[in-house]
Write a protein that binds this ligand. Structure first.
Ligand SMILES: *[C@@H]1O[C@H](CO)[C@@H](O)[C@H](O)[C@H]1NC(C)=O
Ligand SMILES: *[C@@H]1O[C@H](CO)[C@@H](O)[C@H](O)[C@H]1NC(C)=O
Ligand SMILES: *[C@@H]1O[C@H](CO)[C@@H](O)[C@H](O)[C@H]1NC(C)=O
Ligand SMILES: *[C@@H]1O[C@H](CO)[C@@H](O)[C@H](O)[C@H]1NC(C)=O
Length: 484
């Protein structure tokens, strides 16, 4: 929503024509900008990418100073985030909440950053958190809202809480119309949602058909896609042919059931990974993303909510330092690779050519790679140790069954691991000195779908510089220890 407050008023004025409430919502697509990368693109480069691609909204996971400074005067709508590990502080101290708003919202607004939302926490009720944030999320939300009001920003900047889609569920029948908040956390979700609604704020939800497919091998693949040939689900005469619609409408019904029928909905994350799993590949990612974008561009909505869908793609760019605890696909959510190059054709409906516009003015390191020495015998005992070291500190998530480098032989596999470590460490000589088994080559070892990457030049901003070089020193020391 461009102006939720105004939207709210329009809804009140035209309460008999609720359709108009959704016309108020903004068209166009947003994107998530995550920064868990060994070599993040310079913030100015990312903002240029957003502008070039007609992406009008961006969602951050924190309030990164460099990113916000680069967004100044871009006009792009921004959602800043409060990470989960700050929730207890925000919950227990009004002062801390006021300071956060002052430093991370007011100061940037003054500098012409178009901040429109504060995301309080990120999927705080995810099962893996064991309920750690159940009690802190709501008070943190209340304090941040109060701090925004106190700073005179109550109308301009809205709070929200990005939720994972399992905070609501459908009943035994499995159809959207049986939707409600999940029984075991119903009261928490209701309290938060009602508070958001009372303040003219939207419900933000992350919807992932890919994850459904990943965790359930019986999930009908076709049902994940918008153009799929899945057997339709019949919900009292309304038919659903894809999971996104059914999931979104389950939320619509849950809100309705709880007296919040007119509440706005934002899809905070939606996307498909391109690697790291047998269902994570460019073909499926392209099919899902294009299906979704065509839906968004058509302004069609879901059976229960006609009209535009407000959504943020997950994600703009791959992040090679994301935790792979959920799965190797985690580092491959980008529509663009780590270096801002498009992975596949995608028409966002926002550019003249209908093509994605890559990042500009990139500086790559030299064209050289670290590989396994030809002469090495595969039974050399130091190989296994070197590979596990390289993969622990590099990125081997493109190796394995069904991935982009899944067809490599054992030797190429090892080279891939060595090269990843070497590139992530900026091609310094020491990073290709796996004892007696590695060597630097100028012949590109890439094959078919498997890219042996060359890293981009590191970008250092202020405090990050120290962190990066300390990280490298630690790496070198570890490597030396291993060699000795
Ligand atoms: C502002 O946000 C940054 C990034 O999330 C965080 O590190 C910092 O502590 C915040 N500032 C305040 C005053 O809370
Ligand atoms: C959640 O519980 C599991 C099992 O009890 C534990 O292994 C994990 O570390 C816990 N996670 C958090 C975030 O507390
Ligand atoms: C290559 O590495 C991956 C991941 O470690 C492994 O699953 C696969 O079996 C390896 N392939 C060969 C041919 O060694
Ligand atoms: C490397 O090779 C040399 C010569 O073959 C040998 O003397 C040395 O022990 C090897 N080092 C390691 C760590 O395997």
């Amino acid at each position: 929503m461009r102006n939720p407050r105004r939207g709210f008023r329009v809804c009140v004025l035209f309460v008999l024509i609720p359709f108009l409430c959704w016309v108020e919502s903004v068209n166009g697509i947003g994107a998530n900008w995550g920064t868990q990368s060994s070599h993040p693109l310079p913030p100015e480069t990312v903002v240029r990418m957003l502008v070039d691609n007609g992406i009008q909204k961006v969602k951050l996971f924190d309030a990164d100073y460099g990113a916000l400074r680069a967004l100044s005067k871009s006009g792009i709508e921004v959602m800043v985030g409060i990470p989960n590990d700050m929730l207890s502080t925000m919950a227990s101290s009004m002062k801390a909440a006021e300071k956060w708003v002052s430093k991370n919202v007011s100061a940037h607004l003054t500098n012409s950053v178009n901040i429109r939302y504060v995301a309080v926490g990120n999927e705080p009720f995810l099962a893996t958190y064991n309920g750690s944030f159940l009690r802190t999320t709501f008070p943190a939300l209340q304090n941040i809202q109060a701090a925004l009001v106190k700073a005179g920003l109550g109308a301009k900047v809205k709070v929200t809480v990005p939720q994972n889609a399992d905070v609501y569920e459908s009943g035994a029948s499995g159809v959207p119309s049986s939707g409600d908040f999940r029984a075991d956390i119903h009261d928490y979700i209701f309290q938060i949602t009602k508070f958001l609604n009372d303040n003219g704020s939207p419900f933000t939800v992350n919807i992932y058909p890919f994850i459904s497919l990943y965790i359930d091998s019986n999930f009908p693949v076709e049902y994940a896609f918008f153009d799929g040939q899945a057997t339709p689900v019949n919900d009292g005469g309304t038919t659903y042919t894809n999971m996104f619609d059914a999931n979104y409408d389950t939320l619509v019904w849950a809100l309705q059931k709880n007296g919040l029928a007119n509440m706005g909905i934002i899809v905070g994350e939606i996307g498909w990974p391109s690697d790291g799993d047998r269902n994570g590949n460019n073909e499926y990612a392209q099919r899902f993303m294009q299906g979704f974008m065509s839906r968004v561009a058509g302004g069609k909505g879901t059976p229960m909510r006609q009209g535009p869908i407000e959504a943020y793609l997950f994600s703009l760019i791959d992040e090679d330092e994301k935790s792979i605890q959920p799965g190797n696909f985690e580092r491959h959510w980008g529509v663009f690779y780590y270096d801002g190059q498009p992975k596949y054709a995608l028409n966002l409906g926002t550019t003249v050519t209908g093509a994605l516009v890559p990042a500009r003015n990139l500086k790559y390191l030299q064209r050289k790679w670290c590989v396994l020495k030809d002469s090495v015998k595969m039974d050399d005992p130091s190989i296994a140790q070197s590979v596990s070291y390289a993969c622990a500190l590099g990125d081997c998530t493109s190796l394995g069954y069904g991935t982009s480098c899944g067809d490599l032989d054992a030797k190429q596999n090892i080279s891939y691991a060595f090269n990843s470590y070497y590139q992530i460490n900026n091609q310094v000589d020491e990073a290709c000195k796996f004892p007696n088994v590695s060597t630097v080559t100028k012949d590109d070892p890439s094959t078919g779908s498997c890219r042996f990457g060359i890293m981009i030049e590191p970008y250092y901003a202020g405090a990050d510089e120290r962190r990066a070089s300390v990280g490298f020193l630690v790496g070198v020391v570890l490597l030396l220890l291993m060699v000795l």
